[in-house]
Every structure is written in C-alpha cells, then in structure tokens.
Design a protein around this ligand. Sequence first.
Ligand SMILES: Cc1ncc(COP(=O)(O)O)c(C=O)c1O
Length: 780
Amino acid sequence: MTRMNLAGRLRRVRDLLEEPLLDLACRILMGAGGKRTGRRPFGAEELKLLVRSLAAQNLFGIGGKMVPAFEREFALAYGVPYAVGSTSGTAAIHLAVGALDLNPGDEVITSPITDLGTIIPILYQGGIPVFADIDGTYTLDPADVERKITSDTRAIIAVHLFGNACDMEALTDIARRHRVALIEDAAQAHMTRYRERLLGTIGDFGCFSFQQSKPMTTGDGGMTVTADEAAYQRMSLFVDKGYARKGWGPRAYLFHAPNYRMTELVGAVGRAQLRKVSGVVRQRARLGAQMTALVERIPGLRPAPVTPGAEHTYWMYPVWVEAGDVGRMGEALARERIPVLPGYIGKPIYLCSESLAAKKTYGDSHWPFSLRPDRAYEYAPGLCPRAEETLEHLLCIAWDESWTPRDVERVARALEGAGRTLAPVALTVPRLGQLEAVRPVPASGDGGLRHRLRIGVVGCGQVGRWHLDAYRVLPTVKLVACTDVDAARAAECAQRAGARPYTSHRAMLAGERLDGVSLCTVPATHHEIALDLLDAGVPVLCEKPLAVSLEEARAMAARADARGVLLVPAFKFRFHEEVGRARELLTRGVLGEILAFRVMFGGPANVRGTWYVRRSLSGGGVIMDIGPHAVDLIRFLLGEIEDVRAEVILPEGWEVEPTARLAVRLVGGATGVVDLSWTVPVPSPAYLEIYGDRGALLLDRQGLSYRLAPWAEWKRLPNTSTAEQAFARQLAHFADGLTGRGERVLGASDGVRAQALIEAAYASLVSGSAVAPPAPHVAV
Ligand SMILES: Cc1ncc(COP(=O)(O)O)c(C=O)c1O
C-alpha cells in the first residue's frame, strides 16, 4: 500500500465516521451536567449545527451558510416567500416599520398590553404610538382600532398576546378599507393557526421573537416574514445599515438604518429550533386546554379566552382572578414554585415607559410628539380602561411544554388554594371605584363635558328616595330636580339632594337642562311621563314595571329608539354581586345541563291601603310588581322563557293578587317555579335556586353557595358589598350610558321582554294553560 493510498483511506474513514461521531459527541456533551429538569429547549441538534458554524471559520451571517438557510427554511415552514433574520423581536418589528418608511409624526395604532419591543421601533422611526383598547380576548378591539384611525395613521400592529390571535378578519378588513399596513407582532404566537392560516402570514408583515422564553429560541433573535417583494428588499437593506452591497459601487448606504444582522451562531440554533417548534406549541396548546377545563371549575377564576377561529398556543396562561389581590396570589404560588407574573406587565405599556408617559425621547426635544402641537397625545391612566382593568385581574402562569398533565393539575390545585386564602374584593359588574375614575364625556366624543351629569328624580316615594341617595354617592352626578305631585314630598327630597323641587315633570322639563331622569312614579304613569321625557331628548331610567301593559312598553321602547335616547329598566338584581358571580359560573357551564330552578320573592309586605293594591295605579298585583325582577333574573342567568302559567291567591275584597306562583318553561326545556308574595313568608333563605346535572347554586342577599359534582360539601362566596352599593352600581351603569362609556348590561328591550312575560302570565289566568310571551316587537 502506497503512502497516498493510506492517506486517502484514512480520509475516507474519517469522512464516514465524522457524522456519527459528531452526533454521539454532541449527545454526550448536551447530556453532561447542566440543567436536568424543567424546560430544556436545546439539545444535540443545536450543538451539532453550532460546531459546523465554528468549523466553517465564519460567523458573519451575510454570505454565510446558516443565516440564509435559516431564513429560507423559516419562510418555507410558514408558507411565505420571504423571511429576514435579525437580532431580536424588537428588531424584527423595526424591520417591518422601517420598510414602511414613515414620515415623522405618522401614527401607528397598537395594543396597550404588550412588550416595549412593539413600541420602540415606532418611536425610533419618528412615528407616534396610538393605543386602541382591548376586548374580551385581551387583544385589540377592532371597533376601537377603527375609532382611532386618523388621516395620519400608517399602520396597525396587532399583538397576538400570550399566543392568542387578534381578530384578524376584522383587522384585515379595517386595514384594507383605510389603506394602512397591518403588522402582526407574533413574538408570543409561533406556529399558531388561525382559520387555516398561520399567525404572522395574514397581515403585510409577521414579526417573531426568539428571546429565551419564546416557543422557539436562540437566546435572542428575530425574524420578519412578508409576501411583498419590495418590502423584503427594503428589509434586507434595513437590517444591514441600509448598505447596498451589490450594484451600487464600493460603498452605498441607501437610507438611515441600524445594524441588526443575525450571526451564524444564532442562525445555526434557529435552524435546529425550527424543526422542534411545531411539537413545542402543540404540547403547550394541549396542556393549556387541560388547564382551561380545570380553571372553569374553580369559582372566582376565569380561564384564558380563545379568539373565535383561533387555536391558543399559550406562551403564558392568563387566569382572570375575579376577586382578591393578584400580587398576593402570585406570592402564594411562587412559594409553591409555580412561576407566575401577577398582572403580566403590571400596567399598560404606555404607563411603563418614560418615553411615552413623560415623552422623554431624544434629549429634551419630546420629538416626535413635538411635531404635532395640534394633537394632545396623552399617555395617562384612563386611556384604555379595559386594558387597565384587565391587568389588575390577570395572573399569568409561565407556561412550559416540559410539564405533564399532572403538573397542570398541581398548578390548578395551587391556584384554587391561593384563591381561597385571599379576601375577595372585585366584582363582575361595574365597580364604583372604576366609575369614580371616569371623566364624563358626551357620547359624541367631541371633548369632555364641563359639568357633572344633571339628573332629576321623578317620584319621591320610597323607591325615589333610594335613587336619590344612591346618586348622591356618584361623583359624576349632580342632582338638580326632585319632582312629585305631593309638593311637600318634592320639597323635602329636593332639600336633601340640594336640588330644585317640582310638582310635575313638565314643569321640571321647562325649568331644567337635564342629562337624565330616574322615573319612580306609580307604574300607570310611566308611559306618559317617559314619552314626554324621551321626546324632550332626556334619557330615562325607569323603575319596574316598565309600564302596565306590553303595548305601552313597546311604545316607550319605540320612542326611545326613534329619538336615539336611552331608556333603561331598573332591574337592579343584575347589579347584585351574587348574581354577577352566578352568571360567571353559569356561562362557564359548571352546573352542566340546567334541570330546574326556583325563584322566591316573598313578603310579607304591608301593602294594604297603598297604591300597590289599586289596579288603576299599579296595573296589577304582585305579578306586575315583583314579577319583572323574577323574569329578568331568569332571562339574565338562564336564557329566554318559552312559556309561563300563573296561579294566584285572590282573597276576598282584594282588587289585585297579593300571592302568585308562576310555572316557567325555558326555551332549552328546563322548568322552574316562581313564588311571588306580599303576604306569605319565603320558605327558604335563598331567593334563587338553580339545579343542574353537575351542580347547584343558591343565591341569597348575602352571597352565593354552590355545590358541584361529585356533590362534595357546599362552598360559599360571601358578598363583599352591600345591597346599597349594588343599587348604586345600577345608577352608575345608567350614568355610564349617558356618557357613552362602560358595557351596556341592560336596555329597553329587556324591559319590553319582561313586560311580554307579565302579560303572558296574566293571560294564562284566563286561558287556564301555559301561554307563550307575545313577540316583544310590534309586527310590521
Ligand atoms: C409581544 C412582544 N412583542 C415584542 C417583543 C420584543 O421581542 P424581543 O425581546 O425579542 O426584542 C416581545 C418580547 O417579549 C413581545 O412579547
């Protein structure tokens, strides 16, 4: 054998052995020492490609092997033509914003709940971040995005928070109609499906972060994808100082741009990670779905919302804590070594950064805000109320694909335990604290109201006085008029409220400029007074019953509709804490199929000799008086009513029934009994009982009790606010309606529907059989 032959053979043996030896060595090395438990994103695959990069004696990405291959493979995996690698998620977004070539002062709309990495690129490019509020998915509310669009808007950055998609159908439509670019910040949503597509590939640009905590990671790194060739060309230059390396002579920098070049080391790790990411996110999604099923059964907690049409891939698992301090709950979980972030970023991003809150950008210049002295860009509390409230309630669990289903069970158990030990404070219905912070603005949104809401109370009996006392604690309200046919009563109430007395609503209308009125007169007068008020453009909160007949109720709702003026029935139970909690549990389906329910609103109340028993004033007996509350509660918690049959006890000499029982059947088939009485005591401490095949709920004025399958012990959620506070919440809801703020919980149609059921109940007394409620609307 010649020397040459021997060397050649040895080379061949080395070539043959190199791959298996490298494999073996990498596996041994990655298995040796280091972190053995928990999340271990890196393995032999990464090390092998790292060795190859180093062995190539070049770590510079441009013209290298790993970075171009990573970009090609990433684009292929996402099904898009182009991808550009960079040094971080922030850089990836900067590439997209850079490709738009903003003019200083252009506006970019984005989400208030995100990492500062979404915002920095806007400011660096001279753009002005504009924040739209979120909706129940914790991502951008498309309606608010559209409201925030101006002639200066150039782009929307949609943040797919925690791995949950924005409503991309709506946002794509808005972006197209207003001709603005749509950038997807998919830093937290890798390989996440949305209506047959992948997040990041729906808008004009998709931006990904490979920071250590992300589903695929290179420690730090980023990628921007696009289908637009021109944008791709610009991003390829933008990542490299604008340097046109080919075709422009020895040195040509075509525009102002940073250096965000990815190195071969990052490209190598990225390529290995890309092969794993689908498996990682699918496992995170599986564990997340298990968590949702567990959290749904824990009273006081809400699981992560999932946007319709999307899968959630849980970069974090956000739990909404109804009541209690999420900070203390986080501490309790940390003691059990469960990694959590109470409140995620704590406050909306516009309050976290001095470059927004104090506009401290470049020296003392306040640039680019200084370019627009005509526009007041204020980054202050109240800018996105829903986001601000959401962050107070969220407890974010750092999700981990290395967990097993048993780990998830342990986390859920710890959550339940931590929740039990903390005092509940928050409610699902509008809170007073929240409302106090609200500055009234007219629904037209053209500036702030200079005055507090000017409110009148018509009818100064017991109920009118409740309204009056509750308005007095609302800082947004000024009571200006108290009206009663009894002049002495009107004067007494007016003095108490610091308002002017009137003896007729017409005199009040002539004498006052009103923003709203509580109508608390006897029911037979509601129709006439409400029509006058609505005709004068004054919104009405009308005590129950809305009217004494369906025809009148329909006419009132139609007038409110025609005049575009608010008419709200006073169904106060919707604002009770225990009712809000019950609705929470019922919408999550924790009781399973609803089988039966029972409502008990009973006296005795001393109504003899009062207007209550005079049909010409009251319109009916206890069915007309308390029936609307019962019917509304059933509709609010359990759904629409199919039919109703009433039985009454009518003692000698009574004009109207003081005691009644309604048999109610729901559209879904469940049946229930409603006992109403001014004379007979309630046979149970609970006023509402609901029974399902997987649990039962009992509601009383002090709280809620529940028991779930396998029918272990009863649990109790006591109320933390009084009935007076619940009543005040109802009025605050009305006041919110006057300023165009807050969620609408009740409307005129609810009053009309309740009236239709009251009418059906009385009709059943005549027919002797169950009667379906007449259509709430007049047939045209
Ligand atoms: C939603 C979102 N956008 C942008 C970024 C910025 O990414 P990076 O930290 O890689 O710059 C992050 C990072 O956490 C993020 O979560």
